[in-house]
Structures are given as structure tokens and as C-alpha cells.
Ligand binder design. Structure first.
Ligand code: ADP
Length: 486
């Protein structure tokens, strides 16, 4: 049972145009706890009509929100940040209930998610244009940065708060209004965030949440609308491509945070203990369900056995269970489909010769969606563990001989989100950092997410950057004024 200090944060309605409402046809959808498969609560199952109303409300609200001075928007965002931190424990409880991750990780994500709100409250006050020297002495040229307009956001279930604030905070700071469709699996954190935004003083229509399982209807309305000027999406590359195509008809700006296939490279001069700590953090956080999780662990021949032995020991110390229980470090996978997919990837590898050093199967004792943290060796590039984003607690370890080979293997994927490597050689650190075709490179570091740095991918991992001083640019248009006759 969910026992929140402030039970009003457990919302069971949509938030549209500043009002808490049901679906037009009264339809509801259950939100399940992935650890127990029990229903937490029913929420309205929204569709195209509710989405359209939220978009129209955002259009009206934009006319006034864009004209509020940045300092005032910043003050509202700061209040929202403070409220998130004040309710950190309740938000973490909600997150673990609907998403499954261990409570310690949920608390961490609430802080991380809130950090984007604080950051963009600050960045929103530092949006500057330019003055440009004209070729003509009778002209003066300046640029203005203006909000792009109404934004639609679609977010995934693996980070039910941070993936939202990383979009909503810069949008609001820039003067945009926004309609959010959270993941079907994790609407409760999104609705709680809307509740806190309302308490912080975000005006009606500026931030609406349309939840439910009719992703295609909601997404179709968002992408088809001529009011919406920008779509920001985090999720799979497959759906990202569909949405980009849908946005083409109205030539929307898009930001896409898509899938990854991160190499985690351990060179022979690495500090192996540090590399194991980094690999554990990168691979097993959120039960392996993050887009920046180490996907392929590449270890140089001479340290392969030593690294593998240490990694297996660390994996054996993990504790699988309900994320709400003390000491648990690996929660359930999000749902049956995720479990089936992860099982299939491992089975495909083992039936082609991969060897399981630990794990390799589900752990029935804890419940149906739990997969044992796994280490595989004797893997190769024909296997799904090499080619696909695993999205589960599976670490396949590949062997390489030279630095050139490591870079080649690292880049041997259509994805380009995050990569990691461990080395103490300064020349190698520069060469490999420059050689890896990725938006993010962790050097002797397994955790790379922070609000101060630009997060985003190249190749089929996406378009745009979130967080950092660059994150607000995605929500701003540059207008140039040419003043003649001077
Ligand atoms: P994941 O594998 O993380 O579930 P998805 O890309 O399937 O990744 O989902 C990410 C988000 O996209 C979720 O909010 C999901 O509901 C939404 N989504 C899935 N399919 C569509 C679609 N056809 N149109 C719009 N949104 C979609």
C-alpha cells in the first residue's frame, strides 16, 4: 500500500488547462506496480479529444506566458523546484511503486529531476541575443531569441520524473507552453509533478498532462496539430522515427533522445577496481533499463580474466527484489514484454555458444518480472547482445587486442548516445575520446548524467541536447532584425 505523507500527490485525473478532469468518455486505465503486478490506482485513459483541448489551452496560455518577464517565470520555477525537494520522499515512493526501481535510486532521481528545474530557472534569465556588424553602414543588425511556441512532449517510463523536467523546465523557462504525454506505465509521477507545478503558480494551460495507453492517438494529435511548433521525445529509436515522419507534414522542430548501444571499454592500463565500480553503476542501475547503460563491455585481452572475475564478484553482491524493500539494488523489469525481450536476447546468445558466468534466467522467487543480473562471456558480433539495446541487467563481455580495434568495435553500431572507457594514458584518453562517435563519453567515469552538461546523441540516437547552457536553445527561435535607413 502506498502511504504518502501528502496523499493528494496521488492524482487520479488528467490535468488539462489548469483543471483536474476525467476522460471525455469516462474511460480509465489501471496503473500497475511492476514488482507485484497489483493495481495502484485507475487513471483516465485520454485520447485525441483531450489532447486537442490541452493543445488549444496551451495556445491561449502562450500569449500571456511568453510576455511574463523571465525573472517572474524563474521565480515560479524556483518554487516548483523547492516543492519537489520538499516532497522528495513522496515522489520517490510513487516512483518505486509505478516504475519498480529501488527507493534509493528513486530518491536520487527526484533530486536529479528537480535539478533541471532549478538549473533552467537560472538559465531562463540568461537568454541573450547578438548585435552584428552589417556590411552596409546605414544598417544595424540585432538578433532576438523568442520561445518556439506550443511544445508537445512524449516521455518514457525509465525515468518518470527526470525525463519530464528536462523538457518541461527549459520549455517554461524559455516562455513556451507544453503538453505532456507521460509513458503509459508511469503517469503518476507526471501527475504529481503537475500538482506541484500548479501549487508553484504555473498558470492554467501552461503545462498540461494527458495520460493513458492510447499513445498513437495522443501522439497523432500532437504531431498532426498545426498549433504545436515543436515535439520533444525521449524513447525508442523505432518510435522516434515514426514521430519524426509524422512531424514532417507541419515541419515541426524536433528533439529526439533515442536508443543507445553503449560500449564500455576497459584498456590494459585501467584501474580495474575503478572500472568495475563504473561498469556496475552504468550497467545495473535501474536494472539495466537506461538509454546510457553499458551495453557491450569490451575488455583488452591481457586484463580480461582479472576484470571479469572482479565484475562477477560485484554482480553476486547485488540484491534482487521489490524496490520498496530495504537493501534491494535490482528491482523488476517494467513489464512482461520487457522480461520476454531480455530473456530472448540471453537465450539467443547462449544457444549460439555464449557462456553464463552468473544469472542467465529469471528469478521466480521475487515475482514474475525479475531477471537475475547476468554476466556472459564467449559472445560475438553476430549476437543480439552485441547489436541490440538490451535494456536489462545483462553484461556481455567481449575481448579485444588493440586500441584501434576497440574504437572500431565501439563505433560498430547505428547508435551514438554514450560510450565509456577506462585508461590512465593521457594520449590514449584523447585519441579514444575523439575517435568514438558518441554524443557523451565517460572517461574513467560510469555515471555521466548531470543537469550542468549537454546530454544527447549522434547518429540514430537522436537530435538535440538536454540540460546545460545548450538545453534551452531547443526551445528558442533566433529572429534577426535588419534596421535600415540609419
Ligand atoms: P520504451 O521502449 O521506452 O517504452 P517507446 O518509444 O515505446 O519506448 O515509448 C516512449 C514513449 O513513447 C512512451 O510515452 C510511449 O507511450 C510513447 N509511444 C509509443 N508509441 C507511440 C506512438 N506510436 N506515438 C506516440 N507515442 C508513442
Amino acid at each position: 500500500m502506498l502511504n504518502l505523507k501528502d496523499n493528494t500527490l496521488l492524482r487520479s485525473q488528467l490535468f488539462i488547462d489548469g483543471a483536474w478532469v476525467d476522460a471525455d468518455n469516462g474511460a480509465v486505465m489501471p496503473v500497475l506496480n511492476p514488482a507485484t503486478k497489483e493495481k495502484i490506482i485507475d487513471i483516465p485513459n485520454a485520447g485525441a479529444a483531450e489532447t486537442r483541448r490541452a493543445i488549444e489551452a496551451a495556445d491561449v496560455a502562450f500569449q500571456s506566458w511568453k510576455n511574463i518577464v523571465a525573472k517572474e517565470r524563474s521565480a515560479i520555477l524556483k518554487r516548483w523546484f523547492a516543492l519537489m525537494m520538499e516532497h522528495q520522499e513522496d515522489l520517490a515512493q510513487l516512483m518505486t511503486a509505478e516504475q519498480g526501481k529501488p527507493l534509493a535510486e528513486s530518491r536520487g532521481e527526484v533530486g536529479y529531476g528537480a535539478s533541471f528545474v532549478e538549473w533552467f530557472a537560472e538559465e531562463g534569465r540568461r537568454v541573450y541575443g547578438d548585435t552584428i556588424e552589417s556590411n552596409n553602414p546605414t544598417q544595424r543588425i540585432v538578433t532576438l531569441k523568442q520561445p518556439v511556441g506550443v511544445v508537445a512532449a512524449i516521455t518514457p517510463w525509465n525515468f518518470p520524473i527526470a525525463m519530464i523536467t528536462r523538457k518541461v523546465a527549459p520549455a517554461l523557462a524559455a516562455g513556451c507552453t507544453i503538453v505532456l504525454k507521460p509513458a503509459t506505465e508511469t503517469p503518476l509521477c507526471a501527475l504529481a509533478l503537475a500538482d506541484l507545478a500548479e501549487r508553484a503558480g504555473v498558470p492554467k494551460g501552461v503545462f498540461s498532462v494527458v495520460a493513458g495507453n492510447k499513445a498513437r492517438d495522443i501522439g497523432g494529435e500532437m504531431t498532426g496539430s498545426s498549433i504545436v511548433r515543436k515535439l520533444t521525445f525521449t524513447g525508442s529509436t523505432e518510435i522516434g522515427k515514426v514521430l519524426m515522419k509524422q512531424c514532417a507534414d507541419t515541419v515541426k522542430k524536433t528533439s529526439m533522445e533515442l536508443g543507445g548501444n553503449a560500449p564500455f571499454i576497459v584498456f590494459d592500463d585501467a584501474d580495474l577496481d575503478e572500472a568495475v565500480i563504473g561498469a556496475m553503476a552504468s550497467k545495473y542501475r535501474n536494472a539495466g533499463q537506461t538509454c546510457v547503460c553499458a551495453n557491450r563491455i569490451l575488455v583488452q585481452e591481457s586484463v580480461f580474466d582479472a576484470f571479469t572475475e572482479k565484475l562477477v564478484a560485484a554482480v553476486n553482491a547485488l540484491k534482487v527484489g521489490n524496490g520498496a524493500d530495504e537493501g534491494v539494488t535490482i528491482g523488476p523489469l517494467i513489464n512482461d514484454d520487457a522480461f520476454t525481450k531480455v530473456s530472448a536476447i540471453v537465450d539467443q546468445a547462449t544457444s549460439n555458444g555464449a557462456k553464463v558466468l552468473v544469472g542467465g534466467k529469471g528469478t521466480d522467487a521475487e515475482g514474475e518480472n525479475f531477471y537475475h543480473p547476468t554476466v556472459l562471456v564467449d559472445v560475438d558480433d553476430t549476437m543480439d547482445v552485441y547489436n541490440e539495446e538490451i535494456f536489462g541487467p545483462i553484461a556481455p563481455i567481449f575481448k579485444f587486442k588493440t586500441e584501434e580495434e576497440a574504437i572500431r568495435i565501439g563505433n560498430d553500431t547505428p547508435f551514438g548516445l554514450s560510450a565509456y572507457f577506462y585508461s590512465r594514458d593521457i594520449g590514449r584518453i584523447w585519441r579514444v575520446s575523439e575517435g568514438l562517435d558518441y554524443g557523451i563519453v565517460g572517461v574513467n567515469e560510469g555515471i555521466i548524467s548531470t543537469e550542468v552538461a549537454p546530454f544527447g546523441g549522434v547518429k540514430e540516437s537522436g537530435i538535440g541536447r538536454e540540460g546545460s547552457k545548450y538545453g534551452i536553445d531547443d526551445y528558442l527561435e533566433v529572429k534577426y532584425l535588419n534596421m535600415g535607413g540609419i
